[in-house]
Design a protein around this ligand. Structure first.
Ligand code: BG6
Ligand code: MG
Length: 217
């Protein structure tokens, strides 16, 4: 039996707003400073992953061993650059159709949550003035376990009061799709066809969902 979507749980970076490119630029800048290159393909492994774990993966790619104190300095440096990049962000960097699709779901009575690994999520929501869209926000300041652990999604569903199996997750990261599956939720991958193969469906953006009326019952 097909279950209705009673709640939609959205990742932030790379799903609602085009911040994924700024995370990539800041990590690449750090890699270059450390003497190695960092490709967009490498970057796929960092999407959805916490800052601390992202740095570990980056250092693995560069073949560097770094002690904990230096890792902390590097993570802060990357975050300073990232915050500089996003501090001038405007609503033009909202991904096409995302806000309209969420607004549309709300008119159908679907509950809306944000579930992001980012500690910068409050800043981004504030800058783009989109906090009002969400019934529940679980971000990197509230969750202790990073995707692919399902914690953020399970907490979002619990706070909304909706069973996991009635939630649909929208994600641009492999780690996020895995987390959704582990949470027992359906998932929509937002990205290039061929990526995110574990998702139930993959869309390149939200505009087609509106124009094709792919809507909850
Ligand atoms: C996720 C991003 O949303 O947040 C990751 O996809 C990022 O790339 C993670 O590392 C943590 O973000 P922040 O802003 O707390 O460093
Ligand atoms: Mg993301």
């Amino acid at each position: 039996m097909t279950r209705t979507m009673r709640a939609a749980i959205f990742d932030l970076d790379g799903v609602i707003v085009d911040t994924a490119k700024y995370h990539y630029l800041a990590w690449k800048r750090l890699a270059n400073q450390l003497g190695f290159d960092f490709s967009e393909a490498d970057n796929e492994r960092l999407k959805g992953v916490s800052r601390v774990r992202s740095l570990e993966i980056l250092l693995e790619i560069g073949g560097l061993k770094v002690d904990a104190a230096d890792r902390e300095v590097m993570a802060s440096r990357k975050n300073e650059w990232y915050v500089q990049y996003i501090s001038n962000m405007t609503p033009a960097e909202l991904l096409p159709g995302a806000v309209d699709y969420i607004a549309f779901l709300k008119t159908k009575g679907v509950k809306i949550a944000l579930a992001s690994a980012s500690k910068n999520a409050p800043l981004i929501l504030d800058r783009l003035k989109i906090g009002y869209l969400f019934d529940v926000v679980i971000d990197g300041t509230k969750a202790s376990k990073a995707k692919p652990d399902p914690e953020v999604f399970i907490r979002a569903a619990a706070d909304l009061g909706i069973p996991n199996e009635d939630c649909v997750v929208f994600e641009d990261a492999e780690a996020g799709i895995e987390a959704a599956i582990r949470a027992g939720m359906r998932s929509v991958g937002v990205g290039k066809p061929g990526n995110l193969t574990a998702a139930d469906i993959v869309i390149t953006g939200f505009a087609p969902l509106l124009t094709l009326s792919l809507i909850p019952a």
